[in-house]
Write a protein that binds this ligand. Structure first.
Ligand code: ATP
Ligand code: MG
Length: 444
């Protein structure tokens, strides 16, 4: 390790600070999103950031980009020899287990649902929000620590839940004022056996046109043939134009399910386009998959993605026959904020409505006044500076963005009054001490 004692330490690449102006936007977005989830009766689950690596290997899939290339392993920085000896069994067990920072939320939610038996006699509808970690090349809309909001609904195999989740996201876009700038893409992946049959037909077809495929796609024919459909290479897309279609391999049940989802969406006036090439990166989906995409964020176009995963509960239980149906989605909050900034910026919010300036001789009265005002008017942001000169306090008031400054000196205190400066016009007036406590005199 090189000694950097003579240098300031900086944040790690791909790990961002969120400074106050930016935090303010995050809080506005989070509050709008949580209101929508509350209005659908979904409840929050809070989970650890670290889980056994095995959970993600099994739950996300060994052959996915996430597990193959993007995981952050967690190691114990220093081993405490004494603790080792004192409690060797527990610690040895821990040390032989590999831990990772969570790259996504679904696996953890499913683990918790199983561990706490939440589906017993219930159909939990849950949401989470928080940091996720992936070792990726940082760029706009792609970071190593980023944030997702996710929703997971357990216990129903019926298509109304798929539609409910999509409707929930549509409501979120509407409340955020970005509906015009996102489009819904929809597909059905059918069931495992249907996909298996399709994969076989697709591989046969791709092998017949092997030499016309780009190199990446040639490799994927063996490793993950359905990902070839995702290819951005024109020549490969030309080959794909005549490839077999997944929709032709769906069974009756999958088809009916998909038709019902579409019919619910039509009834709710939620437009969608069918994208037969939408396969999503994760192994565990079946039947409905969807993505909300935008043309405003370059190649980081997917803001939100989700789908049904009826087999995952069973897979993580280690008992496939005891699975429970489930459907969910996750959205990337950084991308959502970038999009909002681009198309419908949030209103600026000031950190201060009223600034209280008090002469050092009556500063205690100033403190008491600000305290009482905050109690009476929780809707106002009331700030004070320290007990320095009036001039320096007034400077702070000027900078604060406050609409009103209340000025208190000996005279005001003796007369039970306050001086008020309107910071937009510069006009000054005198009012009774309680004037601001009445919201009809000064609205937020
Ligand atoms: P992409 O194809 O862009 O890599 P993904 O398929 O890996 O996305 P998911 O695992 O489905 O993404 O995660 C859901 C959402 O989380 C994405 O649609 C995106 O908005 C966001 N997201 C994923 N990875 C990152 C990242 N590294 N930085 C910021 N947001 C991300
Ligand atoms: Mg990715």
């Amino acid at each position: 390790m090189t000694d950097k004692n003579n240098q300031a330490i900086k944040a790690i690449r791909g790990f961002n600070d969120t400074l106050p102006d930016e935090s303010n936007k995050w809080r506005q977005v989070e509050s709008i999103l949580t209101e929508v989830m509350d209005s659908y009766g979904y409840t929050q689950i809070r989970l650890p950031l670290v889980e056994e690596t095995q959970l993600f290997a099994r739950g996300v899939g060994e052959a996915t980009d996430i597990v193959e290339k993007e995981m952050f392993a967690v190691s114990h920085a220093s081993k405490n020899q004494e603790a080792d000896n004192a409690d060797s069994n527990a610690i040895n067990n821990e040390e032989s287990t590999s831990f990772s920072l969570r790259p996504e939320g679904t696996a953890g939610v499913v683990r918790a649902v199983i561990e706490h038996n939440l589906t017993r006699g219930d159909t939990p509808k849950l949401w989470y929000m928080g940091a996720m970690f992936r070792y990726e090349r940082p760029q706009k809309g792609r970071y190593r620590q980023f944030h997702q909001l996710g929703v997971e609904a357990f216990g129903s195999a019926l298509p109304d839940v798929d539609a409910e989740l999509i409707a929930m996201t549509a409501t979120m876009w509407q409340k955020l004022g970005i509906s015009e700038h996102v489009t819904l893409q929809l597909n059905s992946l059918g069931e495992t056996d249907e996909r298996q049959a399709y994969k076989k037909a697709l591989v046969d077809y791709l092998n017949q046109h092997f030499n016309d495929l780009d190199e990446d796609s040639q490799r994927r024919v063996t490793t993950n043939p359905m990902r070839v459909l995702d290819s951005k290479i024109d020549s490969t897309q030309t080959v794909l134009a005549n490839a077999p279609k997944l929709s032709e391999f769906l069974g009756e049940d999958s088809k009916a399910h998909f038709e019902q989802v579409k019919s619910y969406l039509n009834a709710l006036n939620i437009p969608f386009t069918i994208n037969e090439k939408l396969v999503r990166g994760l192994d565990y989906y079946n039947k409905t998959v969807f993505e909300w995409v935008t043309d405003k964020l370059g190649s980081q176009a997917t803001v939100c993605g989700g789908g049904r995963y009826d087999g995952l509960v069973g897979l993580l239980k280690g008992k496939p026959e005891q699975s429970e149906p489930a459907v969910g989605f996750a959205m990337g909050l950084e991308r959502l904020l970038l999009l909002i900034d681009e198309v419908n910026p949030l209103p600026e919010q000031t950190a201060c409505d009223v600034f209280v300036v008090a002469h050092p001789d009556v500063f205690t009265d100033g403190l008491k006044y600000a305290h009482a005002l905050r109690q009476a008017r929780p809707d106002l942001r009331v700030k004070m500076a320290s007990a320095t000169s009036m001039k320096s306090q007034m400077k702070k008031a000027d900078k604060s963005g406050a609409r009103l400054t209340v000025i208190l000196a000996q005279d005001e205190i003796e007369n039970g009054q306050i001086s008020i400066k309107d910071m937009t016009t510069g006009e000054q007036s005198t009012q009774s001490k309680d004037w601001l406590f009445d919201a009809s005199n000064f609205k937020n």
